[in-house]
Design a protein around this ligand. Structure first.
Ligand code: NI
Ligand code: MN
Length: 227
């Protein structure tokens, strides 16, 4: 499984020619190094509807003629905007061609802004994405909560993308404990330094995670990791 970080919470996950894109916030992302028009994807998975995750989903899904996989309400919003969609609920998993998606709980909110209106988008989720026998856990924007311990009851997590930015998500101290509970082979910090309010030092976080005996690889936007 090859994981490429595109800044903020966006990951492209590839195996054997399949390309699954998570939370494609690219054109409005000051940390992005790629434009949505350059992305090839077989599916888009969304953790929730906030604009720094929903991002360029509709444009990319339409151009690639690929489905948006998300919580039922959010998948419905995408469908109403003209994309293919596959609705799921938290706790459910589904085998797609070449990959499997399980939506996990996340303590956060979810909505889509449409002009002056806020559209209800269901609950916020995390994702366990399985490809080529490897499991990536993308935590979404969650707070720390003790049920994160359940994830490794059912999946050996090869890589965990954990938010460290604080303010909107867990902060770095909580993310270290999340790493101990999820027990991944490697942690990839996400959701930091995109905006001044979520400024963090990923290398201080790396030191703190590695002190617990867990590998940690901060990735620069555009950088990839094979797991
Ligand atoms: Ni959010
Ligand atoms: Mn966010």
């Amino acid at each position: 499984m090859k994981i490429t970080f595109y800044g903020h919470a966006c990951l492209l996950v590839e195996h054997d020619g399949k390309r699954v894109l998570i939370d494609p916030f690219l054109s409005g992302n000051p940390a992005s190094v790629i434009q949505p028009g350059e992305i090839k994807a077989d599916a888009i998975v969304l953790t929730h509807g906030h604009s720094d995750h929903f991002g360029d989903t509709v444009e990319i899904a339409k151009r690639n003629d690929c489905p948006v996989i998300a919580v039922f309400e959010l998948a419905g919003i995408c469908q109403a905007k003209g994309t293919k969609s596959h609705g799921m609920s938290i706790g459910g998993a589904f085998d797609f061609e070449g990959f499997r998606v399980k939506l996990t709980p996340a303590w956060h909110s979810s909505s889509v802004r449409d002009g002056d209106h806020i559209i209800y988008a269901g609950g916020a989720a995390g994702v366990v994405l399985t490809m080529g026998g490897k499991n990536l856990y993308h935590a979404g924007d969650t707070a720390l909560f003790s049920d994160l311990k359940l994830i490794c009851e059912f999946h050996d997590i090869d890589a965990a993308a954990l938010p460290i930015g604080d303010n909107f998500t867990m902060g770095p101290e909580e993310a270290v404990l999340a790493a101990e509970w999820v027990r991944p082979k490697v942690v990839i910090p996400i959701h930091y330094n995109t905006f001044p309010v979520i400024r963090q030092d990923p290398f201080a976080f790396q030191t703190a995670v590695e002190a617990k005996g867990i590998a940690c690889r901060p990735l620069a936007p555009g950088q990839s990791l094979d797991v």
